[in-house]
Ligand binder design. Structure first.
Ligand code: NI
Length: 172
C-alpha cells in the first residue's frame, strides 16, 4: 500500500467524468487499498479515485466514529438506483477542498448497486451519514463537487480563495 497525493481545487481533473472499471483485478484492488490508506491518513471518511488523479469509478468510505472499530467499505462502479423523498442536511467537507464546510441537503436515504472488492455485485441501502457520504463520492465520479450544491455566491468565493492560493504556491 502507498499513500497517494490528493488533488485539490481548482485542479481541472476534479471536473472529469470517471470511467467504469467493470473488472476488479489486482491492480484495481491495489488502487482501492492505496485510496483507503490515503483517506485514513488525511484523515477523511470518503475518497473517490479521481481525488488521487485516477479517473476511474472507485470509492472508499469509512463512516465509523473514532470510538468504533474501523469499517472500510469499497465501491466499484457504484450506481444510485433509488433515493428517498425525505431530505437530510449535513455539514459537508471534502479532502480536495480542505477546511471548507457547508451545509448540503440531499436525499436522506439511497440504494446503491456496486461491485465489491472481490468483484461480486452488491446492493446496499444507505442511511444516515453513509447515505450522504456515498452521494458525495458518486458526485466526484461525475465531476461534481459538494460546493455545486450551495449558493453560487458562496461557491465563487471558495473557488476564488483556492485559485488564489494555488497561484501563490506556483510562485514559491
Ligand atoms: Ni469530496
Amino acid at each position: 500500500m502507498a499513500l497517494r497525493s490528493i488533488i485539490k481545487l481548482p485542479d481541472a481533473r476534479l471536473r472529469m467524468v470517471s470511467a467504469e472499471v467493470e473488472t476488479v483485478d489486482d491492480d484495481v484492488r491495489a488502487l482501492l487499498d492505496d485510496m483507503l490508506q490515503t483517506m485514513y491518513d488525511a484523515p477523511g471518511i470518503g475518497l473517490a479515485a479521481i481525488q488521487v488523479a485516477e479517473p476511474v469509478r472507485l470509492v472508499v468510505i469509512d463512516c465509523a466514529r473514532d470510538d468504533e472499530p474501523k469499517d472500510p467499505m469499497f465501491f466499484v462502479d457504484p450506481k444510485i438506483i433509488w433515493v428517498s423523498d425525505e431530505l437530510a442536511c449535513y455539514d459537508e467537507g471534502c479532502l480536495s477542498i480542505p477546511e471548507v464546510y457547508e451545509s448540503v441537503e440531499r436525499p436522506a436515504e439511497c440504494k446503491v448497486t456496486f461491485l465489491d472488492r472481490d468483484g461480486a455485485p452488491q446492493e446496499r441501502h444507505c442511511t444516515g451519514l453513509l447515505a450522504t457520504c456515498i452521494q458525495h463520492e458518486i458526485d466526484h465520479l461525475n465531476g461534481v463537487l459538494f460546493i455545486d450544491h450551495i449558493s453560487r455566491l458562496k461557491r465563487s468565493r471558495i473557488v476564488k480563495k483556492f485559485t488564489k492560493a494555488a497561484k501563490l504556491e506556483d510562485v514559491v
